[in-house]
Design a protein around this ligand. Sequence first.
Ligand code: IMO
Ligand code: MG
Length: 422
Amino acid sequence: MKNVTVVLGAFYGDEGKGKVIDYLSADNKYAVRYSGGNNAGHSVEVNGIKFAFHLLPSGILYDNVKAILGNGVVIDPKVLIEEINNLKEKGYKVKNLYISEKAHVILPYHIILDETLEEIREVNKLGTTKRGIGPAYCDKYERSGIRMEDFVSKRFKELLKENINNKNLILKAYKKPKLKFSEIYKEYKEYAKILKPYVCDTVTMLHNAIRKGEKILCEGAQASLLDIDFGSYPFVTSSNPTIGGAITGTGIGAKYIGEVYGVIKAYSSRVGAGPFVTELLDETGDKIRELGHEYGVTTKRPRRCGWLDLVSIRYSCMINGLTGLCVNHLDTIGKFDKIKVCVAYEYKGKKTLDFSTNIDFLNNCTPVYEEFEGNFGDISKCRKFEDLPLKAQKYINRIEELTDTPVKFIGVGAGREEIIAR
Ligand code: IMO
Ligand code: MG
């Protein structure tokens, strides 16, 4: 039975994944994060209260939903405890949280190394979120990482000691201050005590649920074009936010996955460095930023903005096998008189629909635009596709046509109910 749905980012992040996740959450018994860490920033508004999650799955807000941090996630214990405490202050009991014993822990040296590596990079500065994500995944693959099951056991002490000795050699080479084992151990063993009750075997848990026919929602963080394999390397994150990550980051086999929804905005944004074919470095770009409130939830950085790029969205649809798209901010783009959409790239004098993450290709492509009528008016009350003005329908139809993927959700406003589900 295919009772697993995946929601993932289909562009460079910040597509409003939280909105569709929130819409689908009530219908699911499990909400699972499968990749990344607190580099993510997902906002949800419930009963007028705003929540910004970096680590916790947004499904945590439903008492009847079990919220899981899967094995593919990297966890900063300090940040996680803060998020748990924030929820408790707002009256949530947080009895529905489960953390994979296999998830890796982000420790202070990962954050220092993230900052240091970024500082010494002369070319290709990545503009990371400086949350220690890359260095934590490096340790995982290098096999010196500390998993949650180690973190909450006696083994933590010796593993931490060995890691700190090691990192001190590296930090010395970078002329950075030495880490003190005793200080870090004292602080983090307290975090371990707090988190221990949540740590468990989430793989068995999920499969018991699958057997019972219970619905599971995998909540993607980051996005397809930030994928370590399929994104614009090296300007990517250090995990697989694409569909493969949902499998390896949870232990759920492919045959259980039904719908795979990719989330995009009706325009484009990117934060951090790297190629961005439809970026607008002019007043139109500034206007999109202002109208769409394009400032980071995690780092508060202004986001780079531009027109919708259907060449890269089409690629996301292909690599993820998307069964549907969710298009957010249709209301925002509808405020322009004329809207442009990139329907092909021109490279070395030839038009192409084939996306490549090769940096030379991306840096030398020019977008081929089609123009659409804007001025959609107030569409925030529309709940059916047919309620939308024809020019807005035309815009959505073109997205479907070029990506060969149905648009199943449309965001028509910032509010929770302002969504069309088809
Ligand atoms: P959500 O889940 C947008 C970007 C960073 C940087 C690159 C690498 O909110 O969509 P990292 O700290 O991951 O090593 O940084 O990836 N990045 C994101 N951009 N939204 C995100 O998450 C992001 N997570 C990472 O800006 O360019
Ligand atoms: Mg974000």
